[in-house]
Design a protein. Structure first.
Lengths: 312, 133
């Protein structure tokens, strides 16, 4: 039973660390460290969630989970190992199957959506000297995004071209290329999958949103290395304040300019993230090395301990 | 040798610009200056049909092809993806920032619905715009 207790403690520790990481703001000053911590917490949580039912089910073996599983597989039945225990062991594998399965399904869906998106881009997007290295979509709304993949594509809308000046656009393009280079889509994938698997668990959703924000901040950091901080911050603010200028299909095109009355801007969840990003760009803080190192140490220990629980 | 994507684009441009269903021969004719073999055009149209980007129907002894949706509708679809407003939330893209109101989503969706309802494969955008205002 002692292993089960250890796994339960590991799950609790993951939960608590996730709570702390969600609420921390030091992470804004070193997003890369925070992203690594989040990945460690996610990995440890997954392993502990698999290990907990396994350990409870295998308790009669009074052995490590790994060894007990080998003994069970070789046909050795420990005294007191009943149907309930077997069900728990199956449950452990079930959790593992669901976790891996959702991640794979999520990844495949994203791949197919990306393929469709890429096919459509081939047909309607154009090159533009104003946005070197990016594709342009003729639409008056402001959008800038990265289509990730082996051959990543950065896309901006005509609305973005008219919204930003040259320096701002260059900063935005660098931001998007950073997403592509560091495969931020893959960083987010397991968290998105977890939200899919546990849609009712609020803190998992909060964790996903936090990682999404950290990924943006990381890309902001990459972009600000090459451009002035002001340009990126200004671009973000312009995006936030961009009036919705969508017109019905057919009446599009940059030449027509703002086609409709600007709609009132409503601040929403996405905007609080935007606000945090702008503020850190304007007040460049020093990376909190000690806190970052402590967080890395704790989360790394958590992963190693959880793995060790399977082996030992 | 043109890349396949460029060929697909060229063929779609012909279909969109003409506005009427065309046979393979008519498309090849329109792309005469590119010196494409008839079979090449047929292959490209086949591929486009496979991706459900063109629809084909019998016209006498030959097939005729037309775009499954207008250029503007495809742009609208891409923008829904880009602004994270599409119904499938597959984490396919990484966006710079989101700044869209619900209205924007409604307008984009309405545009697509209108497209689906009628005026397929045409560029009757101005009428749609007038109807909206």
């Amino acid at each position: 039973m002692v292993y089960a207790v250890h796994f339960a403690v590991a799950v609790l520790a993951c939960y608590l660390i996730a709570q702390v990481l969600t609420r921390s703001t030091w992470t804004y000053d070193s997003p890369r460290v925070a992203i690594i911590c989040w990945q460690a917490v996610g990995l440890a949580l997954g392993l502990a969630a698999i290990g907990l039912p396994l350990a409870v089910g295998l308790a009669p073996y009074e052995d490590g989970v790994g060894d007990a599983l080998i003994r069970l597989a070789s046909g050795e039945l420990a005294p007191g190992f009943g149907l309930a225990h077997a069900a728990l062991v199956a449950g452990g594998f079930g959790v593992g199957g669901v976790l891996i399965g959702t991640t794979v399904i999520c990844g495949l869906r994203a791949l197919s959506a990306q393929r469709r998106h890429r096919d459509l881009l081939t047909l309607v997007a154009r090159d533009d000297p104003a946005a070197p290295g990016a594709l342009v979509l003729d639409h008056p709304s402001a959008a800038a995004y990265c289509l990730p993949g082996v051959r990543p594509t950065v896309v901006v809308s005509a609305g973005t071209l008219s919204l930003l000046d040259r320096a701002q656009l260059a900063a935005v393009l660098s931001h998007e290329r950073a997403h592509a280079d560091e495969r931020h889509d893959l960083v987010l994938l397991p968290f998105t999958a977890l939200v899919r698997a546990l849609p009712w668990v609020e803190w998992v959703r909060a964790a996903r949103d936090t990682v999404a924000l950290l990924v943006e901040m990381r890309a902001d950091d990459r972009a600000r290395r090459l451009h002035m901080d002001g340009a990126l911050a200004a671009a973000l603010l312009r995006f936030a304040a961009a009036p919705s200028r969508v017109t019905p299909a057919g009446a599009l095109g940059i030449a027509e300019g703002p086609a409709t009355r600007p709609l009132p801007i409503t601040l929403s969840v996405a905007d609080s993230h935007l606000d945090a990003r702008v503020r850190r760009l304007l007040t460049s803080g020093r990376p909190p090395r000690i806190r970052g190192a402590v967080a890395l140490g704790i989360t790394a220990t958590l992963v190693v301990t959880t793995v060790a629980l399977f082996v030992g | 040798m043109m890349r396949l994507g460029e060929l697909e684009r060229a063929v779609m441009d012909v279909l969109w610009d003409r506005g009427t269903p065309l046979t393979v021969r008519e498309v090849a004719e329109a792309l005469r200056n590119r010196e494409l073999a008839y079979t090449t055009v047929m292959t490209v149209l086949d591929r486009l049909a496979g991706k459900e980007m063109v629809e084909r129907e019998r016209a006498g002894r030959a097939w005729s092809y037309r775009p499954a949706a207008s250029r503007e509708a495809y742009i609208a679809q891409l923008m829904l993806d880009a602004l994270d407003l599409s119904s499938s939330r597959d984490a396919a893209l990484v966006r710079f920032a989101r700044s869209v109101s619900g209205t924007e989503a409604e307008v984009l969706r309405a545009a697509l619905a209108e497209e689906a309802a009628g005026g397929k494969g045409t560029t009757s955008g101005e009428e749609a715009a007038d109807g909206k205002d």
